[in-house]
Write a protein that binds this ligand. Structure first.
Ligand SMILES: Cc1cc2nc3c(=O)[nH]c(=O)nc-3n(C[C@H](O)[C@H](O)[C@H](O)COP(=O)(O)OP(=O)(O)OC[C@H]3O[C@@H](n4cnc5c(N)ncnc54)[C@H](O)[C@@H]3O)c2cc1C
Length: 387
């Protein structure tokens, strides 16, 4: 049990999608690690709101590399560590109903394949063979990346939590970080509403609240809480393999995505447009009519399925849709792993392996490329195409 006043190698703020796998891998690397969270157990921030999608199908090389590493970890977790995290290799399909989306998706294939991603463009008939329930009317084709998949956010986080503790990491819950003392430009540890802890390295993994943590050391990190809703239906007989993503923007929403859980339920999400910024986690009456119309349009057989429950959580949004990861030059020992947007669950374990190398100063040329893309000092000019 962690005690106030103790000294650690690393203190992680946030026991969420990023902080827990980071603790697991930092502990494994022999670093004395403490994780602090204001909630009563792991995964109670955005992690438990995630619908469980895990892909390496991204548009930037850093996220493709981290995604591939994450898939390796999630997909082998049960055989390596023994815990069933409900990993399912269902794949992802990005369907195109217009030339615009066809061009975006085809334009990304080369880079995706060059980073080792197993992804192909399927014409209309081949895509309908892979996903027969798609509405054929107007369908042009789409991508299929069969090695992507899904797993349970809570089961995987709890499994990684147990292994983090076996690896020597300590956790303290119901404890809010209120101060990060800095002396001569170096972090000294953290103070909470219940105690104080020392460490030369503090990792900001506070999700939607990352900006508030950065401000404790006088930094401004452009991460804002952005409300997103999800939902789950009743279970039905299995008919759908991959996660289906439709990136066509329409009035009120951008992309939406859904898949069939191995127990038969359809789990779904939509991206409101314009975004709904803020920390409100109450469900709205707008979400369901908006997402249901679009899902029935792309997959008419969903028209009679009953929705069991909806919920709302917070994406930690960065300005360009990519995570913000790196050591801060202004405050020695303060490290960011924030701005995960809609992908923190899938990126968490892969990112953890990179964070170990960053913290141990063991970064090679290939890792450096990843950190450059995710650098807190980048210009935030572009927007990731598959955010
Ligand atoms: C509806 C919905 C669907 C989603 N679907 C997916 C999906 O399919 N796949 C995917 O990869 N992602 C998905 N996401 C996004 C994903 O949930 C987030 O990107 C991810 O959980 C962020 O991880 P994180 O570790 O940065 O933050 P969190 O998991 O929120 O963890 C941050 C933790 O920091 C703690 N904290 C903050 N401030 C303090 C403080 N001062 N003191 C102590 N503790 C503090 C919080 O309590 C929290 O537990 C979805 C999100 C939503 C809302």
């Amino acid at each position: 049990m962690a005690k106030s006043g103790r000294t650690y190698d690393v203190i992680i703020i946030g026991a969420g999608s990023v902080g827990v796998p980071a603790a697991c891998f930092l502990g494994k690397a022999g670093l004395k690690t403490l994780v602090l969270d204001r909630y009563a157990s792991v995964g109670q921030g955005a992690n438990k709101a995630a619908i469980g999608g895990i892909r390496a199908t991204h548009s930037d090389p850093a996220k493709i590399r981290i995604g591939l590493k994450s898939i390796e970890i999630f997909s082998t977790w049960q055989e390596t560590h023994g815990d069933n995290i409900e990993w399912q290799t269902g794949g992802y399909t990005f369907a195109a109903y217009r030339q615009r989306e066809e061009e975006i998706l085809k334009g990304l294939l080369k880079i995706q394949q060059s980073y080792g991603l197993n992804i192909q463009w399927l014409n209309r008939d081949d895509l309908l063979r892979a996903v027969p329930a798609l509405n054929p009317e107007g369908l042009v084709g789409g991508t299929l990346s069969p090695e992507d998949g899904n797993a349970s956010p809570l089961l995987s986080l709890h499994a990684m939590y147990r292994h983090a503790m076996q690896n020597g990491a300590e956790f303290r819950f119901k404890e809010t970080v209120t101060e990060i003392p800095v002396e001569n430009g170096k972090v000294r540890g953290v103070k909470t509403d219940r105690g104080h802890y020392s460490a030369p390295v503090v990792l900001n993994a506070a999700g939607a609240h990352a900006q508030g943590i950065s401000r404790l050391v006088g930094l401004d990190t452009p991460v804002v809480p952005d409300s997103h809703e999800g939902g789950v239906t009743e279970p039905v007989a299995r008919f759908l393999e991959p996660m289906v993503v439709d990136i066509r923007p329409t009035d009120g929403s951008a992309n939406y995505y859904f898949y069939q859980h191995h127990t038969g339920q359809i789990i779904f999400c939509i991206t409101p447009d314009p975004p709904i910024l803020g920390t409100d986690r109450h469900e709205t009456s707008v979400f369901l009519p908006m997402v249901a119309r679009r899902m029935v349009d792309i997959m008419p057989r969903l028209r009679n399925i009953k929705v069991r429950r909806t919920w709302r959580g917070l994406y930690p949004m960065s300005p360009d849709g990519a995570p913000i990861v790196g050591k801060m030059k202004e405050v020695d020992g303060f490290v960011q792993a924030v701005g995960m947007c809609g992908q923190g669950y899938m990126l968490g374990p892969g990112l953890a392996t990179y964070l170990v190398k960053l913290i141990l100063d063991d970064v090679d040329e290939e890792d450096r490329e990843v950190f450059e893309v995710l650098s807190p000092y980048r210009r935030f000019a572009g927007v990731e195409k598959l955010k």
